[in-house]
Design a binder for this molecule. Structure first.
Ligand code: ZN
Length: 410
């Protein structure tokens, strides 16, 4: 499997180098089909005989990935494609479900040129298999099976809720409930630092260096898993109990921008900001929003992103807007009417109100859809939104789900 992943990486890099060469010479970029023709030649090349051992379809898929990377670049969704490096997202993909057989009862899967492989099943495979990806992640080989099936669109349960994301409380709901932060990174920070330090003291690529590196990767994996688990549990609960969820349209990238500044213009409060950045990134706000977005769409609910202006400074009781309303990070006290409440809860209530306003505007067609055009899944949200206000939505086809299993030592 490592060899196949390596062959795919080789093909990707070779094709990318070729495209760059052609760009320098002022020639046109090659499309997917001519590249596939070249691939046949590369497979026959006596200098790279091992290419012929790898599955053809998987190699072609890496050319497809390159074509997509260029398409993303030209539509300004991504930077220029870069060369792939060994050990970073080693994977290969089988696009043809006819070549794959799976035996769920015995937890095994047949993959071309690999034969029958046993795996540890994490969940049932529902629907028809579309494609299979094998990837190496944190010392384990995983198989991810993409499937397609028809799902009934359910009617969402529950009412509307506003959510404020914060550091002291991970998420505060406008009904008063809140989720404490997990801070998985903070928990492991010391262990992480120690392992990192011990890694730098070792001779690079020595046995002990490899061992220390594996230890470091395990810690990273644990942090990642804990965070993912927590986010999934939270977003599932929220999406199951609400038909409409309003959140702040935060630009996490801007918020966590480094405060260091330049030599001529050093930034203020660098240490504080860097600590805040660590916390923000540790919380996974962006991932929270991403998960909430698709889970709400699955349930037929509606996610609304509202602009974050003044949500923490407006009094929910009398509507007075003032920065003085929030003297400390945690407490809110209105200078006009004296209303007192937890600051995060106030934000959540204001977010819900802004969401309602936004929703009303959309029914009358006065405003563009929430954060239109900023996310790939806009189609989902718009169609879910139209359904929520009684406009026949854009038809959603089958819903794609997936299943992930982990290979066990065969
Ligand atoms: Zn007030």
């Amino acid at each position: 499997m490592r060899r196949f992943a390596g062959s795919c990486r080789f093909v990707f890099n070779k094709a990318l180098a070729l495209q760059m060469e052609r760009f320098k010479l002022g020639e046109k970029r090659l499309g997917y089909v001519p590249l596939c023709r070249l691939l046949t030649m590369w497979r026959k090349d006596p200098q790279t005989p091992w290419l012929a051992d790898a599955p053809t379809h998987a190699l072609q898929q890496s050319l497809k990935d390159l074509a997509r990377a260029y398409a993303n670049f030209f539509s300004k969704r991504a930077n220029l494609p870069r060369f792939k490096k060994k050990g970073q997202c080693d994977s290969f993909r089988y696009p043809d479900p006819k070549q794959v057989k799976h035996d769920q009862a015995n937890s095994r899967i047949y993959l071309p040129k690999l034969g029958w492989l046993r795996y540890r099943k994490s969940r049932d495979i529902l629907g028809t298999v579309k494609q299979v990806t094998v990837l190496f992640s944190n010392g384990k080989w995983l198989v991810s099976i993409q499937t397609e099936r028809e799902v009934e669109r359910t009617i969402p349960d529950g009412g509307a809720v506003g959510i404020d994301l914060g550091i002291a409380r991970f998420a505060t709901l406008s009904d008063g409930t809140f989720y404490a932060p997990l801070n998985s990174f903070k928990q492991h920070e010391t262990a992480l630092r120690r392992t990192q330090q011990s890694l730098t003291r070792k001779v690079k690529f020595s046995n002990n260096w490899e061992k220390a590196k594996a230890r470091l990767q395990r810690i990273h994996a644990r942090i990642h898993n804990a965070r993912r688990d927590y986010l999934h549990k939270t977003t599932t609960t929220i999406s199951q109990n609400h038909a409409m969820v309003c959140i702040e349209d935060l630009q996490v990238k801007n918020m966590s921008k480094s405060a260091a500044g330049t030599n001529e213009k050093p930034g203020r409060a660098v240490r504080t900001k860097s600590g805040l950045n660590k916390s923000i990134l540790d919380q996974g706000w962006f991932e929270f929003r991403r998960q909430l977005e698709y889970k709400m769409a699955w349930k037929g609910g509606w996610l609304i992103a509202v602009p974050p202006q003044n949500t923490s400074r407006t009094c929910p009781c009398c509507g007075h807007v003032s920065a003085n309303n929030r003297k400390t990070q945690a407490r809110f006290m209105c200078v006009a009417c004296g209303f007192k409440e937890n600051a995060d809860l106030v934000s959540a209530i204001n977010i819900l109100r802004a969401g309602h306003a936004r929703c009303a505007c959309e029914v009358s067609g006065a405003a563009r859809p929430p954060a239109a055009g900023t996310r790939r899944s806009d189609l989902f949200r718009i169609s879910a939104g139209n359904a929520a206000v009684g406009i026949p939505g854009i038809k959603q086809g089958g819903c794609q789900g997936g299943a992930v299993g982990e290979f066990t030592a065969a």
